[in-house]
Ligand binder design. Structure first.
Ligand code: GDP
Length: 424
């Protein structure tokens, strides 16, 4: 049985917590896209962790953690991350890395920085982890698969060809030092040494696991609105964030994904630039940011303050639809207990007309939020474990959102901890 856990909006919905929680019953957890550019925050018996590249199941002894072919594999980062867990008492996780995953090259990270510098005020607000240059090269067919590390002659030839091209851009566009092909080869040999024990034909491994009836979780990064096709292009990420891509990025048949859990936040937050219709500002935003998440809404990778807003039904319903959500986990509901009334965005006004459909970016830029206000519940709801024990206004808020999303809310998260969950 394969389940995907994915974000309905801009990311940071709390997928890490839901994956970590469902990991208790999983055999295998797979990252299928993205790289070390976003983070998941997880709180468990070992402490508080920000994971970037490893799947959120790495804390369990019984799970296998997989870096799928769709991921941007930053090898030094991966090993730094493993070490940081083991140093804090987490048992050495069982990790497999797809032989078809492509390698984040040192120059991808540099190009990301140089390009953001060049664009200045018009930059994408990249986390400068090399993601866009990495995926550009993958699709331009000049990327390096893990498997290519194992044929040194072919590798040398390819490095020479790629460096020739990269060095022209470095010299003439960015005015930066050139790449030395020999040095790059030595770096890749070092990468090979560290990654070799984990390299695996992941699609074959998962094929057998599916046949054996194993429980497999696909863990998405970011959310539907950051998808390059269906998100707020061009302020998106460079790999598909949709559950459908989970099949490709992990290497399994599409029809095997039986359950898609879209994670929706009880309010909105976003990092980086891009359209965000229900965004709020000033003291109202500061207060929500301070109270939000676990100890405030600041990026797990960059520490940047997240942009804040009210829950957006137009964006979230669209996100659930594009994810193909079969169920929804509604998170961080506990954060809203301080509000007298809670605005919920139910439509976008564009050129004087109200729509409930999420538009393309050009129109989105003109959209103004249409709100309804629901009464708050004005109490702490952490510690509650049964749906019926939630305050009435809180249940009404959940049920209103569920109706708007058109997908059943099966889980309500009322705290960052692994067991802070109400199942419906
Ligand atoms: P992800 O990338 O989707 O996994 O999300 P992040 O980990 O970046 O952000 C979610 C943040 O909210 C983390 O700090 C979590 O510990 C925290 N969190 C998750 N669920 C809840 C919840 O129900 N209540 C509260 N207060 N915090 C939560």
């Amino acid at each position: 049985m394969v389940k995907a856990i994915v974000g309905a909006c801009w990311g940071d919905e709390g997928k890490g917590k839901i994956t970590d929680m469902l990991g208790q019953e999983a055999d295998i957890i797979v990252r299928f896209q993205g790289g070390s550019n976003a983070g998941h925050t997880i709180i468990n018996e070992y402490g508080k962790f920000a994971l970037h590249l490893l799947p959120s199941g790495v804390f369990y002894k019984h799970t296998t953690s997989i870096i799928g072919n769709g991921v941007a594999l930053n090898i030094p980062y991966l090993f730094k991350e493993i070490k940081s867990l083991v140093d804090r008492g987490v048992p050495m996780p069982n990790i497999k890395v797809s032989d078809r995953a492509q390698i984040m090259m040192p120059y991808h990270i540099l190009f990301d920085q140089y390009e953001e510098e060049r664009l200045g005020g018009k930059s994408f607000g990249s986390t400068k982890s090399g993601i866009a240059p990495f995926y550009s090269d993958k699709y331009a067919k000049i990327g390096f698969q893990v498997s290519e590390l194992f044929d040194e002659e072919l590798l040398k030839d390819k490095i020479a060809r790629v460096c020739e091209m990269k060095n022209v851009i470095l010299e003439h566009l960015y005015h930066k030092p050139a790449i030395d092909p020999n040095e790059l080869f030595n770096t890749l040999m070092e990468y090979k040494r560290v990654v070799e024990p984990y390299v695996c034909d992941v699609s074959a491994y998962l094929y057998d696991a599916i046949k054996a009836g194993k429980n497999i979780l696909l863990e998405g990064q970011l959310g539907a609105l950051k998808d390059p096709d269906f998100g707020i292009y061009p302020m998106v990420t460079s790999s598909s964030t949709l559950a459908a891509y989970g099949a490709i990025g992990a290497g399994i048949p599409a029809a095997e994904i039986k359950d898609v859990i879209a994670v929706v936040k009880a309010y909105s937050s976003a990092v980086g630039a891009g359209e965000f219709v229900s965004e709020i500002f000033g003291e109202e935003a500061d207060e929500l940011r301070r109270r939000g998440g676990d100890g405030g809404e600041y990026g797990a990778t960059t520490g940047r303050p997240r942009r804040m807003g009210w829950v957006d039904m137009v964006a979230s319903r669209y996100g659930c639809r594009m994810q193909g959500a079969t169920e929804v986990a509604l998170t961080v509901l506990d954060v809203l207990g301080y509000l007298d009334v809670i605005p919920v965005c139910i439509g976008y006004e564009i050129n004087g007309e109200v729509t409930k459909d999420f538009p393309t970016t050009v129109k989105l830029a003109k959209a103004k939020p249409v709100y309804v206000e629901l009464p708050g519940w004005k109490q702490e709801i952490r510690g509650i474990r049964e749906y019926k024990d939630l305050p009435e206004n809180c249940r009404k808020y959940i049920e209103f959102i569920e109706k708007e999303l058109e997908v059943p809310i099966t889980m309500v998260s009322n705290g960052p901890g692994r067991d802070e969950i109400i199942r419906r």
